[in-house]
Design a protein around this ligand. Structure first.
Ligand SMILES: CC(C)(COP(=O)(O)OP(=O)(O)OC[C@H]1O[C@@H](n2cnc3c(N)ncnc32)[C@H](O)[C@@H]1OP(=O)(O)O)[C@@H](O)C(=O)NCCC(=O)NCCS
Length: 170
């Protein structure tokens, strides 16, 4: 009989503060380095990203949530609120923490926060091969609303398609 897996610390979802910015950029660099899940590709312009993250954390038109476990930042969810009432969503969970409910906890809280901020809809774009993300979004009621063909030029020169998904909150 094999030993049980080591206990994982409890995951807590909270709003990001300026003290989280370095860890948030670290997570972005890590996930960008995987090369196939998010739009950002290496090499990441860390200074520009840091400025944008500080703006988002301080802005009334953005919501930045972090998932924390044992004092370590293990996930992020960001929402940018457009004037016309749509909140654009982006999220990432650290590779070693995926498949353990962190993404679901972030998304549940993100949806509540977007609704409380007065958004009537959340939208996002996702690569068609990102079945984990599409599965998560569909489980929370997001629908496929569009498909962008050969839309995003990657640094390799490849043109990638993207799925447009939306969740109506009204
Ligand atoms: C997408 C992502 C945020 C999901 O976070 P997570 O913490 O792994 O998600 P959860 O553990 O809460 O899983 C929730 C659901 O996601 C789906 N899912 C998760 N991993 C999956 C996998 N490997 N294959 C298929 N579906 C998967 C399932 O529907 C799962 O529901 P279940 O637990 O009932 O099976 C995470 O995989 C990630 O950060 N990926 C890299 C960055 C990224 O893709 N960001 C989104 C860009 S649009």
């Amino acid at each position: 009989m094999s030993a049980p897996p080591p206990a994982r610390p409890e995951v807590k979802i909270r709003e990001a503060t300026l003290a989280d910015v370095d860890a948030l950029i670290g997570l972005l660099v890590e996930v960008a380095g995987e090369g196939r899940w998010i739009a950002t590709e290496p090499p990441v312009d860390v200074e520009r990203r840091r400025r944008r993250k500080v703006d988002d954390v301080e802005s009334a038109d953005a919501i930045v949530l972090v998932a924390e476990a044992g004092g370590e930042l293990v996930g992020e969810l960001g929402l940018r609120l457009a004037r016309y009432g749509v909140a654009e969503l982006g999220m990432a969970v650290a590779a070693g923490w995926r498949g353990r409910g962190v993404g679901s906890a972030l998304l549940a809280e993100g949806i509540d926060r977007a609704r409380a901020a007065g958004a009537h809809k959340i939208d996002l774009q996702v690569w068609p091969h990102n079945t984990a993300a599409i599965g998560l979004y569909e489980r929370f009621g997001f629908e496929r609303e569009g498909y962008l063909r050969r839309h995003y030029r990657r640094r390799s020169g490849e043109l990638w398609d993207a799925v447009v998904m939306g969740l109506r909150l009204d």
